[in-house]
Write a protein that binds this ligand. Structure first.
Ligand SMILES: *Cc1c(COP(=O)(O)O)cnc(C)c1O
Length: 245
């Protein structure tokens, strides 16, 4: 990897952490309370290695094939248990088995059907002794109501929470959303709606639901102010042309 690129990644990381620090303090927390997932879906293994050198440890992929490719490519180079991947994108049922046990967290359980499919496969793998614990997952919520977005409509999630909670192959850690792009105020209210929904569901379900995965390159500060615990940053981490606003 070019020295210049490695330098850019390091400088960006310093800027990102400083901005995250300022935002997270506004919600009465510190950087230790939040996780930064570097979304590597558009870059290759050399860029991921540069990011590891810069200090990133958790990466996000949105396609199982690309996840496999990165894990195989990195496996011979880095100490994989210390570098982890999350699945952040749409997961087709025929790719679940390839993903289970290989990712720290699946952010994108956007339907009851997918939750059931992941759970039944995970339960089977646990019975076979191939998986030690239920797969940690987040429930994706379509807070903004945009038709192009996946995830549970808030009312559907309220209605299905009982069923989700009874699935023994998954460990529901919290909620995830994507805000509409282009308007910071709209994004921020989307994040606060996600937090309110989490608070409500935590009470009604009795689950702790500690994680809120929200905030991307253009809106991560608003997300952190509103209580996000996991930001998923792609372009601001990896793209030299991305404008840091
Ligand atoms: C691509 C992607 C991101 C990162 O987006 P950026 O705007 O590049 O930071 C975050 N979350 C999901 C689900 C994504 O698909």
């Amino acid at each position: 990897m070019h020295e210049q690129y490695a330098h850019m990644i390091c400088e960006r990381r310093e800027e990102i952490l400083a901005r995250m620090d300022a935002a997270v303090r506004m919600s009465g927390r510190t950087l230790d309370d939040v996780e930064l997932v570097a979304v590597s879906k558009t870059v290759g293994i050399p860029e991921v290695l540069a990011a590891i050198d810069a200090g990133y440890r958790t990466f996000g992929e949105n396609r199982p094939q690309e996840l496999m490719r990165k894990l195989e490519g990195l496996g011979s180079i880095v100490d994989l248990p210390s570098v982890r991947f999350d699945m952040i994108g749409n997961l087709q049922t025929n790719k679940i088995n390839a993903t289970l046990g290989r990712v720290k967290l699946i952010h994108s359980i956007g339907s009851l059907h997918l939750a059931e499919a992941v759970s039944s496969r995970a339960a089977r793998r646990m019975e076979a002794g191939e998986l030690k614990a239920p797969q940690p997952v987040l429930i994706e919520v379509n807070v903004s109501g945009e038709e192009t977005k996946g995830g549970f409509a808030p009312n559907d999630l309220r209605r299905h929470m009982d069923q989700l909670q009874n699935l023994c192959g998954i460990d529901i850690r919290g909620l995830m959303t994507m805000a509409p792009r282009g308007n910071k105020d709209v994004a921020r209210s989307c994040f606060s709606d996600l937090r309110d929904l989490r608070d409500e569901l935590a009470v009604s379900s009795g689950l702790a639901l500690p994680e809120l995965s929200c905030g991307m390159s253009e809106d991560f500060e608003a997300a952190l102010v509103e209580g996000s615990t996991i930001v998923r940053l792609g372009r601001v981490v990896f793209d030299p042309m991305f404008e840091v606003l």
